[in-house]
Design a protein around this ligand. Sequence first.
Ligand SMILES: *Cc1c(COP(=O)(O)O)cnc(C)c1O
Length: 223
Amino acid sequence: MTAIAENIIHIKKELQAYNATLVAVSKTKPAEMLREAYQSGQKIFGENYVQEMADKQKTLPADIKWHFIGHLQSNKVKYIAPFVSLIHGVDSFKLLKEINKEAAKISRVIDCLLQLFIAEEETKFGFTVDEIREAILSDDFKNLNNICIKGLMAMATNTDDKEQIRKEFKSVKLFFDELKTQQETENFKPGIISTGMSNDYKIALEEGSNMVRIGSLIFGERE
Ligand SMILES: *Cc1c(COP(=O)(O)O)cnc(C)c1O
């Protein structure tokens, strides 16, 4: 068995107890490595760059589910709209509307996660809880028929302070539970909490994550 296959099987075993889904983050890695992962049974891949994801999608098996996990620019939505399975990092209402527009053109409904800003850093994108509360109650939102909000995505502060990270993941779960109390609609069906990467996924799982995005632990460090 290859190292990639071993890594995936090991991580999937850990995820079982939490009923969590593995997104294998393959950004910057060559298609052959994804193929190796695919042969071990992995079908969900996360990519950060539009062009790279579109190129890989063309050459790899058609039943792969492509998750876009990076910062998506509105003008690039059209390149992934035909095949993307879940967009994790929706961080503005403008972007959500653009995704809806491109999805409508090709008669698709695109699943999205709203990115919640939780980190103590200037650089991370995302909504505040108040912005999300406001957005999903707005009339504008009700008219978006070609997207469906499936939950939340968040990134913790890049720190060694485990308690800080735990606190941030707890806050995501708390807000997710609040969203779950709202009436489900055709475009609002929250079920996914996408938190946890190679360095912090164990904490994320303990704090309610049900979808982890893991790259370097599977494919090795990136350049
Ligand atoms: C790169 C990336 C990951 C994976 O990071 P690793 O530390 O390699 O596991 C997860 N989520 C996002 C949004 C990323 O950009």
